[in-house]
Design a protein around this ligand. Structure first.
Ligand code: HEM
Length: 136
């Protein structure tokens, strides 16, 4: 959700001249703090053992935004993602077509309010559980 987020963060803009953390911020300036090193690297371990808040107070994890306009649906969003992903992984075998490797995938996105893939993902999916478990 950091490198390929569902939604681009809506930028914030200073409505008047102000001072933040000792810096003078002019009216109309957009500010994004630099909080991580090696930001292009996929490194989930960077979160391990850290007490990082994602509910709007800690800017280091901003998949749901921050502050008073942060996403009010974050709790539902997290639960839906976790249960959907768990079901898809539990119920099916997934592979890429034509012996393609994950590193061959084109991860480019279309720039916009949401960030869909530029090239649609094609995957081969096979059920891995007894057939009767797939009927409702
Ligand atoms: C994984 C799922 C989701 C992600 C990653 C996500 C992400 C975001 C982000 C980044 C923002 C902008 C926050 C900001 O400007 O600081 C936002 C706003 C918002 N989200 Fe979500 N969201 C998710 C799910 C949901 C769900 C399930 C709902 C409702 C059921 C929802 C409702 C909203 C609304 C109403 C806003 C606008 C809040 C405002 O401007 O005051 N979101 N979301």
């Amino acid at each position: 959700m950091r490198m390929h987020p569902v939604a681009l963060l809506a930028p914030r803009c200073a409505r008047k001249d102000c001072k933040v953390a000792g810096y003078d911020i002019e009216k109309g300036t957009r500010v994004l703090p630099e909080l991580w090193e090696t930001t292009e690297e996929f490194c989930p371990d960077r979160f391990t053992g850290k007490d990082i808040e994602f509910k709007g107070q800690d800017c280091k994890f901003r998949a749901f935004g921050a502050g008073r306009r942060m996403c009010p649906g974050y709790n539902l969003g997290l639960k839906v993602i976790q249960s959907s992903l768990a079901n898809l992984l539990h119920g099916y075998r997934w592979k890429l077509p034509n012996d393609m490797m994950p590193e061959d995938l084109d991860m480019e996105e279309i720039f916009g309010l949401t960030t869909p893939r530029k090239i649609p993902l094609v995957a081969i999916v096979e059920p891995r559980l007894p057939r009767n478990l797939y009927s409702l």
